[in-house]
Every structure is written in C-alpha cells, then in structure tokens.
Design a protein around this ligand. Structure first.
Ligand code: FES
Length: 86
C-alpha cells in the first residue's frame, strides 16, 4: 500500500511551487495566521513562481477554519482527480 493512501492528508502538497504540504499550512492557520498574507509569510505557500495558483485552495482552508474550526478533508479535490487518472 502506498503510504499516501494510508494518510493522504500528511503527504498532500498544496503549494507545488514551494513544496508546502497541507499539514504545514494547517499548522500555520491553527497558530493564528488568519489572513492569506499571514499564511504566505509563515509558509511561503501561495507566493511561488506560478503566480499563486494554489491561493484558492489556501483560501478554502482558511475560510473553513475561520468559519468552523475545521479544515476540509481534501481542500483541493482537483488534485485527487488528476492523480486517480494515472
Ligand atoms: S503552487 Fe503555490 S504558488 Fe505556485
């Protein structure tokens, strides 16, 4: 079994430009990064050379946490669909 299948949340990269995984972003938000700018500064996610294509995912994670104190199970469903096609 692929280790990513056991615990995909811990190995899922949200920002591919800067190789920032989901758990690092969640930890930053849980520590008090309550704006996208603070998440960018704390993790480097969202400010890579692509121009920030991961920012909608970061926004989804942040909005979910600020609204209900929880993170979405899969904040980037499109990435899962892509990986299943392979
Ligand atoms: S994927 Fe995050 S800035 Fe490019």
């Amino acid at each position: 079994m692929n280790p990513a299948d056991k615990n995909p949340k811990r190995t899922r990269f949200i920002c591919l430009c800067n190789s920032v995984p989901q758990d690092v972003i969640e930890a930053a938000i849980a520590r008090g990064c309550n704006t996208l700018s603070k998440v960018f500064d704390a993790t480097t996610a969202g400010v890579g050379p692509c121009g920030g294509s991961c920012q909608p995912v970061l926004r989804r994670m942040l909005d979910s946490y600020l609204a209900n104190g929880e993170f979405p199970e899969n904040p980037n469903p499109q990435s899962s669909r892509k990986s299943r096609r392979r």
